[in-house]
Design a protein around this ligand. Structure first.
Ligand code: GLV
Length: 310
């Protein structure tokens, strides 16, 4: 065992002290510290949104852990060559994603939002659900989170489809792959759920053409990255009613600018990038388990393929 394993923590937007303490408890023989310019060189980085200066200075890193699922922002930096980059795999995010997506799907399908507004006015208006067999949900992105969301949707008997870059087989899911499979997956679906990684191939994938393949009145749920969506196209389809509802958790600019039309659009529900938060204890446990395996010479789990960019 390497007693002097040095871990440098550099996560923006989070209170560092509980993380440092948690990492020290989980990895008692490691030297865990908060990165500051000029800090000693570390073996392991634990990062979220670090500045380029972090990698410019930390020239001896042997592994980099990202405390989130998406690595698109990190990959825009100049990263040290040949150092494995590891992203979170579920770590408590899967259940949160499943909650968020099922809440949105069911709320729209059963009309709970409209019903709450009616009840607030003292109106007693029970309604029948639409035929479930026609309420097909298409999930784009079949990684750990996409698969967890699909399992949750299946518990409610919605017909489900899934789309991924390379072919995948999932029980009870009609799966499609590659650019040629996208149309068949989205075609006439009642709901589109976006859980894709953001890459040059997926940027702007949700546009006028692809969203028009959904059935009229369909719902769009974006829990991946804002840049997957061409906002003007989605807004035009919302205005025309072709898209009946959009549940949007992620945006090109975050926080969503105060004057953005999404805030006030009657068919849009905005949430503040909160569909699946990084959970500290689960994340530290996953990083510590991965470091333990790696020190025993076992493979790291969750390593980003730098050719695929996820
Ligand atoms: C959040 O957006 C994440 O990538 O974990």
């Amino acid at each position: 065992m390497d007693k002097a394993l040095r871990i440098s923590f550099c996560c923006s937007g989070t209170e560092p002290e509980p993380w440092l303490q948690g990492l020290r408890v989980a990895l008692p023989d490691a030297d865990v510290s908060l990165w500051q310019p000029g800090a000693p060189l570390a073996d392991v980085a634990v990062v979220w949104g670090p500045p380029q200066a972090f990698f410019d200075e930390q020239t001896r890193l042997r592994v980099i852990f990202n405390t989130g699922a998406g690595v698109d922002a990190l990959l825009r930096l100049q990263l040290p060559a040949g150092v494995p980059l590891v992203r979170l795999q579920d770590a408590g995010m899967g259940a949160q994603m499943a909650e968020y997506v099922c809440h949105a799907v069911i709320g729209h399908y059963r009309g709970f939002g409209a019903m709450a507004a009616e009840v607030a006015q003292g109106l007693w208006r029970p309604r029948m659900p639409a035929p479930r067999a026609q309420h097909t949900v298409a999930v784009l992105g079949l990684g750990v989170l996409g698969q967890r969301v699909l399992r949750a949707l299946q518990a409610f008997d919605f017909p489900v489809r899934g789309w991924s870059r390379s072919p995948k087989t999932l029980p009870g899911v009609a799966t499609f792959a590659g650019p040629e499979g996208l149309h068949a997956c989205v075609d006439n679906s009642a709901v589109l759920v976006n859980l894709l990684p953001l890459t040059p191939e997926t940027r702007g994938l949700l546009n006028r053409e692809t969203l028009s393949w959904l059935r009229p009145g369909a719902q769009v749920i974006n829990v991946a990255r804002g840049a997957h969506v061409v906002d003007d196209d989605l807004l035009a389809l919302l205005d025309s009613g072709h898209i009946g509802h959009a549940a949007l958790d992620v945006f090109h600019t975050e926080p969503l600018p105060a004057d953005h039309p999404y805030w006030r659009h009657p068919r849009v529900t905005v949430t503040p990038h909160t569909s699946a938060r990084t959970l500290r204890d689960e994340t530290i446990a996953q990083i510590a388990a991965n470091i333990g395996a790696w020190r025993r010479g076992e493979p790291l789990r969750g390593v980003v393929d730098l050719k695929l960019l996820y």
